[in-house]
Design a protein around this ligand. Structure first.
Ligand code: TYM
Length: 327
């Protein structure tokens, strides 16, 4: 029987190439050797202000991106977090073994407080506990994620350890699996690619939009004229080439830039072609899938149906261990 693990994405907007290269691409490569659970974590997305009327559409949008990108709903379990109530049930139990001081030191919490000073809610504070519950519920030994999630994995290991030391050996400590695309920088060249920063190449951007976004993106700031030599190591566009381009293209761009034999636009043209080739089939399949929302709803319903018995088995053991299984 294939082992399970959980990984997920918040339905908080359109998915971008950071989500794809940091997470989904790895997920696809693991779906033959595991029976993974890929969640659309709607309860996590409630920790910041949102429009409830938009949430169902965002969930379907994420589901369409999952399938369009290559997740196979037969091999993997594609589900919505709120469809499996055991996630919040386990989170409550984990709340009771987690010191508040530890939660207040999670870097993502501090960052979110800075971003949303007028909405510092309990859900935001407990966010990493719900994430630990997602992971431990399916007894994940690995969790493929982008680099920004590493502090949450460290936290999850601590929660597992603390639970085990209080109630007896129950959970394995999961480890993160990072890919070559674990930290994709945004088109601004400064921050990580993030929906909230509007610096993204999206999985449904048209060829024209991709071309425009890359053509106007900053490169080596010291290279002001076409005739100036540039430094590929400080160029954000070159950092994308490292992921998308062949060794020959990499050499061509690095050499051409450092000697000013090629201009930034020549180098960008190669990247534009690669990104368009990656995004186009995903974008087209997404459009087909979104035209048949009932099929997506059915995929998610069946996913929850497959996930629940796994989650329930873990909860039966956890409830017995914590002493709430009488009767
Ligand atoms: P989220 O929705 O912010 O992102 C989903 C996945 O995409 C990765 N990612 C990136 N990877 C590389 N470069 C980037 N610029 C980039 N931006 C995002 C993220 O690392 C992540 O793997 N807390 C999680 C959701 C979650 C979860 C879980 C993940 C809830 N429960 C359990 C794993 C296991 C989050 O906010 O991801």
């Amino acid at each position: 029987m294939r082992k399970h693990f959980f990984s997920g994405i918040q339905p908080s907007g359109r998915l971008h190439i950071g989500n794809y290269l940091g997470a989904i691409k790895q997920w696809i490569s693991l779906q033959d050797s595991y029976e993974p659970v890929f969640g659309i974590v709607d309860y996590h997305a409630m920790t910041v202000r949102y429009d409830p009327l938009e949430m169902p559409g965002r969930v379907l949008d994420a589901a369409a991106s999952y399938v369009a990108a290559g997740l196979d709903p037969e091999k993997s379990i594609l589900m919505v977090q709120s469809h499996v109530p055991e996630h919040v049930e386990l989170a409550w139990i984990l709340n009771c073994v987690t010191p508040m001081g530890r939660l207040s030191r999670v870097p993502t919490f501090k960052e979110k407080v800075r971003q949303n000073p007028d909405n510092v809610n309990m859900g935001l504070f407990g966010y990493p506990i719900l994430m630990a519950a997602d992971i431990l519920l399916y007894r994940s030994e690995i969790v493929p994620v982008g680099e920004d999630q590493v502090p949450h994995l460290e936290f999850t290991r601590e929660v597992a350890r603390r639970f085990n030391s209080v109630f007896g050996e129950t959970f394995r400590e999961p480890v993160e699996v990072l890919s070559k695309g674990a930290r994709i920088r945004g088109l601004d060249g400064i921050n990580k690619m993030s929906k909230s920063l509007e610096n993204c190449l999206y999985l449904d951007d048209s060829d024209e939009v991709i071309s425009k976004k890359i053509s106007t993106a900053p490169t080596d700031p010291a290279r002001k004229r076409r005739t100036d030599p540039g430094d590929p190591d400080v160029c954000n566009i070159y950092s994308y080439h490292r992921i998308f381009s062949t060794p020959e293209e990499l050499e061509h761009c690095a050499h051409g830039c450092a000697t000013a034999e090629i201009g930034c636009l020549d180098c960008k043209r190669i990247l534009i072609r690669h990104v368009q080739e990656m995004v186009a089939p995903i974008r087209d399949r997404r459009a087909d899938l979104l035209a048949r929302p009932d099929d997506l709803i059915e995929i998610l319903r069946l996913g929850a149906e497959r996930a629940r018995p796994i989650a329930q088995a873990t909860m039966a053991e956890v409830k017995a261990k914590v002493g709430v299984a009488v009767g």
